[in-house]
Design a protein around this ligand. Sequence first.
Ligand code: ZN
Length: 382
Amino acid sequence: MYSKEMLSSTDLPYNEPEIDAVFLSHAHFDHVTHIQFLDPKIPIYVGVGTKLLMESLEETSGFCNYGEHECHKFRTKHKIIIDDITVEPVHVDHSIPAAYGFIIHTSEGSVVYTGDLRMHGPRKDLTEDFMEEAEDCEPIALICEGTRMVDVEKRKNYSEDQVKQLTDNVVSSTSQMVFAMRYSRDLDRFRSFYEVAKKNGRQIVISPKTAYLLSKLLDDEHLDLPDPLKDNCILVYYKRKKSGLFDERDYYPWERKFMNKMVTHDHVHKNQSKLLMDLDFYQFTELIDIKPKPGSQFVHSMSEPFSEEDIEDEVMRNWIDHFEIHFHQLHASGHMNKEQLVQAINHIQPKRVFPVHTENQQLFKKYCNNVQVLERETQYLL
Ligand SMILES: [Zn+2]
């Protein structure tokens, strides 16, 4: 399955691919990045929105290249025939747009793969659609994600609605600057912050990268996201680069498109009470120029660190303490928790369960029947 190019620096021999197609569930890095290793002779199948997310990454990141595959786009409930099997993608709610699970119809019965999914997001109806289809096909196998299949969850998780409400509490009770940090392609979170800003008479300040992604996703009418060039609530933050004079030539061609929505550190400094600004980890140095007033607010809307020795977390805390900014941890996960997973599996009632995307396969056994704990390089016949 590997491309010649990827194998060239190994001692593995190249073989013609024996795989007819690869289906991609969604554009998170732990899924999509593997595409770059694939032999370009293997066609790939992706959701319409996922293709836009992939293009946006290739165009703006400088390190993504998914290769020249024959690429087929699907929408929910399309039926795609590959030899003897039919693959049916069904939309699910996850922390990135255009996420899918798959129902694979074979002569021996149906195999269901969940992809990554959740029940507490703004589009839980999508996951419910998937569950219904999965149950109806009486699957002989369920390949199930288990990111949050853990004994005790230490990290606090809200629903997307709670994140929005609690962020609104922060914003509505301050006249200072509000910063927010989120996963760049979590557009449900973007929408939550955008709506909170609007409700409180503030404008939202985003990076050129986010503006580019939003303008790209306008091509998918199902996503219903605002147009950064037309929406008065959206401003685009330009860092000083090269000449330091905010000259058009200082920026990549894809960044230039939004320059008439440009604000700089100076504008942000002067309008602290009227803005809600996206601030990612690599933008903390901008605080030196923005000079936020002490008592500004910071909403950390990502997972809490996995360990107490997390270097990035320490660096972030140092920046925040230095500028005397108040810290709030408000995040909704992209995944079902243990109770929801167990409920979903027992509801679908598959003949066999194959846990994937988890550190805790054994725990599935404790709560569900017919669980097959997977071992490396072992084949399982259905
Ligand atoms: Zn994911």
